[in-house]
Design a protein around this ligand. Structure first.
Ligand code: GDP
Length: 197
């Protein structure tokens, strides 16, 4: 599947004000700077669609995009900003928690993880949180082009080993590079497959 049209609909802090839950929804989230905007822009084929974050953590908004008039793509505010106050961290936690609990059309969450790193606690914590909530999710490793394939595979294997300490079943994993346009077809095919069920 190629995306023909993706348009920005709205930014919100309130789940109640999000678009009517009348289409399947796919949400993207990850630590600051993980490459979320770049990935969304690669998937939609629109360079400036998701704004690359110039002031990390400042605006914590739920951003809705309508794709091909048939599903919602949601850009969620990230976690793990170093310079964020306790208060705004708590605000983020409440908003995100509410979104995952209440957004009835949420179909799958794409959790982005920077493939350059060995397992990081904020990512592991977030995955555990989603797993415990029973939210369907997949893991997307970003920035593959930044290191050798061997290093990427070692980091992914380390994440898998960590997750196996807690979970019997691992989520689907995608390997991507917005720079080299890797992983686009696989992610869009995955979304397509779910939408056609
Ligand atoms: P966000 O804060 O998660 O939305 O991340 P951005 O998409 O703004 O990306 C953060 C930084 O990583 C920017 O400087 C991007 O150019 C860079 N970046 C994002 N994806 C890739 C990638 O696949 N490869 C490389 N080499 N750099 C990337």
């Amino acid at each position: 599947m190629e995306i023909k049209e993706a348009k920005f609909l709205m930014s919100n802090t309130k789940v109640e004000l999000c678009p009517a839950p009348d289409k399947p929804e796919y949400a993207f989230i990850g630590r600051s700077n993980v490459g979320k905007s770049s990935l969304i822009n690669m998937l939609t084929g629109q360079k400036g669609l998701a704004k690359t974050s110039s002031s990390p953590g400042k605006t914590q908004l739920i951003n809705h995009f309508l794709v091909d008039n048939s599903w919602y793509l949601v850009d969620l505010p990230g976690y793990g900003y170093a310079k964020v106050s306790k208060e705004s961290r708590e605000k983020w936690r409440r908003m995100i928690n509410y979104y995952f609990q209440k957004r009835e059309n949420l179909t799958c969450v794409f959790v982005l993880i920077d493939s350059r790193h060995e397992p990081l606690q904020p990512d592991l914590d977030f995955i555990d949180y989603l797993g415990n909530m029973g939210v369907p999710f997949v893991i997307v490793f970003t920035k593959l082009d930044k290191q050798s394939a061997a290093k990427t595979d070692a980091n992914i294997a380390a994440y898998e080993a960590k997750l196996r300490e807690t979970w019997d079943e691992l989520p689907p994993i995608f390997k991507t590079s917005a720079e080299k346009r890797i992983g686009k077809d696989e992610i869009l095919a995955y979304i397509d497959e779910i939408n056609e069920k």
